[in-house]
Write a protein that binds this ligand. Structure first.
Ligand code: SF4
Ligand code: FES
Length: 368
């Protein structure tokens, strides 16, 4: 018997953050505030080895992400390797660097799916929040190329205080472009987004209006478009099951090869994250201290420890607990039962601001 209990199930999916380079500068980017430069990125052979090991471990899907994954010149080679390894591949992209030739090459080597982000329905607002002139027009053109290539398209619509009024138009635009799935996701407040919370957090009235918009769109588009809706957890009574539980379903690899249980895990102090350059993915998943630290329920404090939700939400989000309380082991303050829940109530009364910190290398801490 393994002293740490039964071995975990294999991860369902691997998020390959190929690079932190990105032509866009969204102020709610999920990348850490400390960005990896090009010189620090894994090379092609290392990524290929990671993909092979992932398939052997039982991973089913690989999400090629970033930053902007199309900034990697070897993307076609990596997708080819994923397909040859039997992995379902998804490209998560802003689209602004894609053209028909590159998309055809990706489809040719076995890319299975494209997830294209849209910042708004309105060109001026979308371009402004991405800090990239012409982004919206380029994205619409790329959506048409994806459909022409016969690839399934998910439109990722990130919503917040500044664009929620245009949610109906965003949904119409994405459905009109041929997306078969929409992921309407409220900004989640870590990293860059936490720094911009006062400018992005929606009001309760906005949230209630958005719920009605989603309900009506689901009814109208039934059978044609699936709509997934990710709520802003600040308004929830119970936290989300972040990553479906720490070290349970997902493994993230950073551009430099660190293996993380979630995209923000590096914010947690005192954890030495293993690197795929020195350890196998299997050893990392099954035995590393980093993946076992908050796996399961044994680490939980009260009130989680004796709560009947503990194997549903897994105590919420460790990174959010750290960001808000300074202690990653505390109950996620989003939970109404959490001793620190007043922090969330206080955030909801924060005076709004129009000031945004954009995700620029110049505004970031840099990892070589
Ligand atoms: Fe989830 Fe813990 Fe809240 Fe229970 S007390 S609902 S386990 S966060
Ligand atoms: Fe890290 Fe939720 S983002 S546990």
């Amino acid at each position: 018997m393994n002293p740490q209990g039964p071995l975990p199930e294999p991860p369902l999916a691997l998020l390959a953050e190929l690079t932190h380079r990105c032509p866009l500068q969204c102020p709610y980017c999920s990348n850490p505030r400390a960005l990896v430069t090009r010189a620090g990125e894994l090379d092609t052979a290392s990524w290929q080895r990671v993909l092979t090991e992932a398939a052997r471990l039982g991973v089913l899907q690989v999400h090629f992400s970033g930053g902007e994954p199309t900034a990697r010149r070897d993307l076609v080679e990596l997708v080819r390797h994923a397909a040859a390894s039997g992995l379902y591949s998804n490209l998560i992209t802003s689209g602004v660097q894609l053209d028909a030739k590159r998309l055809a090459a990706l489809a040719e080597v076995g890319l299975d799916h494209v997830q294209l982000s849209f910042q708004d329905a309105d060109d001026a607002s979308g371009d402004a929040v991405a800090a990239y002139d012409g982004a919206q027009a380029k994205k619409r053109a790329v959506a048409a190329l994806v459909i022409a290539q016969g690839l399934p398209l998910t439109a990722n619509l990130v919503v917040h205080r500044r664009n929620l009024a245009r949610l109906p138009a965003m949904i119409e635009m994405a459905a009109g472009l041929g997306a078969s799935r929409l992921e309407v996701a409220h900004v989640q407040y870590y990293g860059w987004a936490l720094a911009n919370r006062a400018a992005l957090l929606p009001t309760r009235d906005q949230l209630e209006a958005a719920d009605r918009v989603i309900e009506a769109a689901r009814a109208r588009l039934k059978g044609r478009v699936v709509i997934d809706y990710v709520m802003p957890d600040y308004y929830a009574r119970r936290p989300k099951a972040c990553m479906s539980g720490w070290g349970r379903r997902f493994i993230n690899i950073t551009p430099s090869g660190k293996a993380l249980p979630c995209h923000a895990a590096e914010t947690l102090p005192g954890i030495d994250y293993p690197s795929v350059t020195t350890e196998s993915l299997e050893a990392i998943w099954r035995r590393s201290d980093a993946f076992m630290r908050f796996r399961g329920t044994a680490w939980m404090p009260e009130p989680c420890r004796s709560c009947d939700q503990r194997e549903i939400d897994w105590g919420g989000c460790r990174c959010q607990a750290l960001a808000l309380t300074g202690d990653a082991t505390r109950t996620d303050p989003v939970c109404a039962l959490a001793p620190d829940h007043a922090l969330i109530e206080r955030a909801l009364t924060e005076p709004p601001t129009d000031d945004l910190t954009f995700r620029r290398f110049a505004a970031a801490r840099i990892q070589a």
